[in-house]
Write a protein that binds this ligand. Structure first.
Ligand SMILES: [Zn+2]
Length: 470
């Protein structure tokens, strides 16, 4: 048993944590922790340098936050003693939210200002508990509005998750936070990754971080409801990667940011349609990477995140890794990809998988050896660049030869326009690169005269699109 006395001065300049305004604070990373001891690396001693995330072990937590009256405390985990900290009407509203599909305004601006919400002792002790989770954090405010609801995340057991939001009266992005939270938890649970949200609560707190924490997100007010929903979706998606899985994101950020980026894209299709989701993904996740000729971002994805900097860190962690997951989904098809992903998640949740555990589990779950694909995406300096090298038409047999100059095994469409104005699209999955990663041929029958051929990678944006057309 270790007993540790410590204090933790809270930052006034708030980034990931600290003071948001004179009456609102977000407190993360605030207590001493024991490093992770791994069977592959021993004690994990990588220091936190602000760029990469933390790497923590799984714990059961019971903790108390002592706060002055009129401060509502929000935290990871279940509030154990609402009747000891809230006035009866407000404790009743909170409890009602645990079974309500509707968004309940637990405390309004007037109620907070009027001292009506918390019990009026000088100090109150808010008690929380949560099991099998990698960290806890908390936030408090005497002025923020407080919304809450809940949503069923597991249709087999009807298990509900509490969804809450705490925000400034001017925080327009947060007005729909609980509604969006409910949508995201149900969607992630039932679609991708298709694993019921593994904790009992998810609270969004207005701050400046745009950052995920177990059971909490700290997002900024940007004045753009659509973008705010996307950012909240992204941070909630992190519940699975890294938190549920226990990813070492200090070393392998692509094992969590790549998935959060992928899940953000997939839920974006459901929310806004494929065209809008594609457009955003290309602009926000691919464009600056593929248009930048510097070699920094072409380092292999497998590179340790702690040894990358600048664009090399960002693109390896987010865009390139996400593209690899989406390329694999395209190649395997949704059913096999989901079976493989669930094999990985079932095998490794709570156990700190490393990249090779991902590769091996996906091979097992997919029932095929995908090592050529993982080598192509994770252990190379590849990028995205196709070119049409030749189009031939002889006796009703047409052949398009395609050079893979960038090297990544991407999916793409061959779009053929005939002289009579008709069009044909032949989708190619990354499997087209399995036997020859430099050159592929696409054959199709037909005697109509071909006017043009275009290679369209969609979100797999090409570094030199000009040579994608014949
Ligand atoms: Zn993220």
């Amino acid at each position: 048993l270790l007993n540790i006395d410590w204090n933790y001065p809270l930052s006034k300049e708030s980034g990931r944590e600290g003071q948001i305004d004179p009456t609102s604070m977000f407190v993360a990373y605030s207590y001493p922790r024991v490093s992770v001891y791994d069977d592959y690396n021993g004690w994990d001693r990588l220091p936190h340098t602000d760029r990469q995330e933390f790497y923590n072990d799984f714990n059961d937590y019971v903790f108390s936050i002592k706060a002055p009256k009129n401060y509502v405390v929000y935290a990871t985990g279940d509030l154990l003693n609402p009747d000891e900290v809230l006035q009866p009407e407000f404790a009743a509203r909170l409890k009602k939210s645990y079974t309500s599909d509707e968004v309940i305004h637990i405390a309004t601006e007037q109620e907070m200002k009027g001292g009506k919400v918390t019990l009026q002792n000088d100090w109150s002790t808010w008690k929380f508990s949560v099991n099998n989770i990698v960290d806890v954090c908390f936030a408090l405010s005497s002025t923020y509005l407080w919304d809450a609801g809940s949503v069923i995340v597991d249709n087999k057991t009807n298990r509900r998750v509490s969804t809450q939001a705490a925000y400034d009266v001017k925080g327009t992005d947060f007005v729909n936070s609980v509604k969006n939270n409910n949508y995201a938890l149900a969607w992630f649970s039932n679609n991708w990754p298709g694993v019921p949200y593994p904790f009992s609560k998810m609270t969004a707190f207005q701050g400046f971080a745009d950052m995920e924490y177990p059971g909490m997100v700290n997002d900024s007010q940007v004045g753009d409801a659509s973008f705010a929903q996307l950012v909240q979706d992204h941070e909630i998606a992190h519940t699975y990667f890294p938190f549920y899985m226990g990813i070492n994101e200090t070393r392998y950020a692509f094992m969590d940011e790549g998935w959060a980026t992928t899940l953000e894209y997939l839920i974006g299709i459901a929310e806004k349609g494929k065209e809008a989701a594609d457009k955003f993904y290309k602009q926000f996740r691919v464009n600056s990477y593929i248009k930048d000729k510097s070699a920094e971002e072409d380092q292999p994805i497998i590179s340790m995140s702690s040894q990358l900097s600048g664009a090399g860190y960002g693109n390896n962690s987010y865009g390139k890794a996400s593209l690899s997951y989406l390329a694999l989904k395209d190649m395997l098809g949704d059913a096999v990809f989901k079976k493989a992903l669930h094999t990985y998640m079932d095998n490794w949740n709570g156990k700190h998988p490393i990249p090779w555990d991902y590769f091996n589990s996906m091979n097992t779950g997919a029932g095929q050896n995908l090592n050529w694909f993982f080598n192509n995406w994770f252990f190379s300096n590849n990028y995205i660049d196709l070119a049409v090298s030749k189009v031939s038409a002889t006796a009703g047999k047409n052949v398009v030869s395609i050079k893979n100059e960038g090297g990544f095994a991407i999916p793409f469409d061959v779009v053929i326009t005939y002289a009579d104005g008709t069009k044909q699209t032949l989708h190619q999955t990354p499997a087209v690169w399995k036997s020859n990663q430099k050159l592929a041929t696409v054959s199709f029958a037909g005697t109509k005269k071909i006017a043009s051929v275009v290679l369209d990678g969609g979100i797999f944006m090409d570094a030199t699109p000009v040579d994608n057309t014949w």
